[in-house]
Write a protein of this length. Structure first.
Length: 269
């Protein structure tokens, strides 16, 4: 009987899986998801990846790793892909933050390594200061080196992104039903337009605001507006790109979304 508390405390003292390092996914400063490499690999398939490591003089080395984009999908849902900042921060234990463009992460050569396959369970140190890259190390295939503009943060303990709806809380079509043209138009707007255009000054600033002070559906005839969005270059020499891939239904839904937003202005401009 007196043995029991001893045994228990011995159990609690054991590091085992409790001490396994965890990757945190943060948004707006809060932790929205987290998991150890083992937990995450139950959700995202890992691969053995051999990359020339610029922090080992370019020597090729095998790691076990998560495809970065699929891992971020699992942590955040697909929203991170159109994060308005266009960046994901990889945060190291010492507070260092490497900001990596979303577009680069979507190119397909980015991996978050969690095991050194030459030295496991240890890690071969990297860089001039012989740093231990664990627990997570962002590595890249295909000559994507720091000199080429690709960051290789090590000792990563967290990732952070800004979710679209956190950064642009007023762009959603309030009251639109699931499957409605307005909601579909909103997702097309997010995918194709918001990087350049805002509504009520929320969104991109490359092109004009489409809702303030007046909504574009109020002063452009519908057919002309749809034709312009599809092929602006047939109207004028402009920075506005053509959107030949948008179907008639897409253009109609975009119009419906913009039209609805006219009735949902944030303030009388
Ligand atoms: C790469 C940046 C960019 C993207 C992406 C873009 N636009 Fe534009 N857009 C512009 C710029 C710059 C202008 C202003 C120049 C012009 O009107 O020719 C413009 C003009 C417009 C206008 C004309 C407004 C007016 O009253 O004349 C409309 C409407 C418009 N864009 C809608 C859209 C929609 C809808 C999308 C998404 C399908 C989109 N744009 C995507 C840059 C962009």
């Amino acid at each position: 009987m007196p043995l029991k508390p001893l045994l228990l405390s011995a159990l609690f003292a054991l590091p085992a899986s409790a001490a396994e390092p965890v990757l945190e996914a943060r948004a707006k400063g809060a932790v929205v998801a987290k998991g150890s490499a083992a937990e995450l690999s139950a959700r995202v398939a890992t691969s053995r990846v051999v990359v020339p490591n610029p922090f080992l003089g370019g020597r090729s080395k095998p790691y076990e790793a998560f495809p970065a984009a699929a891992l971020l999908d699992a942590l955040y849902g697909k929203d991170w892909r159109d994060a308005p900042s266009g960046e994901v921060a990889f945060l190291a234990a010492d507070g260092y933050a490497a900001r990596v463009a979303t577009a680069k992460l979507l190119e397909g050569g980015a991996w978050l390594a969690f095991r050194d396959l030459d030295k496991a369970p240890a890690w071969e140190p990297v860089g001039e200061k012989n740093a231990d890259p664990s627990p997570f190390f962002l590595i890249w295939e295909k000559a994507r080196t720091p000199e080429a503009g690709y960051a290789w943060p090590w000792q990563v303990v967290a990732v952070e992104t800004t979710r679209f709806e956190d950064a642009y809380p007023h762009l959603a079509p309030a009251g639109a039903k699931a499957g409605s043209p307005e909601l579909r138009g909103y997702s097309l707007f997010r995918a194709h337009c918001v990087k350049c255009h805002g509504l009520d000054q929320e969104g991109g600033k490359v092109g004009p605001d489409l809702n303030a002070p007046r909504n574009v559906t109020e002063y452009r005839p519908k057919d002309q507006l749809k034709a312009f969005i599809k092929r602006a270059s047939s109207f004028r020499y402009t920075q506005m790109p053509d959107h030949d891939s948008l179907s008639d239904k897409d253009l109609e839904d975009l119009w419906r979304y913009l039209k609805l937003k006219a009735a949902q202005r944030q303030k009388p401009w």
